[in-house]
Design a protein. Structure first.
Length: 102
C-alpha cells in the first residue's frame, strides 16, 4: 500500500503493552475481550500517545479496521506526514467518522 510516510506497527498480547502499541503509527493490543486498535502514536522527538479507534474487536474486525485507517491516511495524509502529525491535524473524531461507518 502506498502511504504518505513510513508506518511502524506495534503488537502487544497483554495490557503491559510490551510491543509499545501506543507509541507506534499503528498499534494492536490484545485483551481478554478482544483486540484494541490504536492509531497515530509516535515515540520520536515529538512523542504522541496513539488514539484508541476501537476496542474488543475480533481478529478479522481488528485487521479490517487497521486497513480502513491506513486507507484513510493514504487518501488524506500529506506527503511525508507521519500518522502522529496527521492525527494532530485531523483529530480522532474525523478518523472515527470515516472508518467506523458500516
Amino acid at each position: 500500500m502506498a502511504l504518505p510516510a513510513k508506518v511502524k506497527f506495534g503488537v502487544s498480547g497483554c495490557p503491559m503493552c510490551c510491543g509499545e502499541s501506543y507509541v507506534r503509527d499503528v498499534g494492536v493490543l490484545g485483551k481478554k475481550k478482544g483486540w484494541t486498535d490504536i492509531f497515530g502514536g509516535n515515540s520520536g522527538g515529538r512523542p504522541r500517545i496513539g488514539d484508541v479507534v476501537a476496542e474488543d474487536l475480533g481478529k478479522e474486525d481488528a485487521i479490517d479496521l487497521i486497513k480502513k485507517c491506513l486507507e484513510y491516511y493514504a487518501a488524506n495524509g500529506k506527503k511525508k506526514e507521519r500518522t502522529a502529525r496527521f492525527m494532530e491535524r485531523i483529530g480522532i473524531d474525523a478518523l472515527k467518522e470515516a472508518v467506523l461507518q458500516n
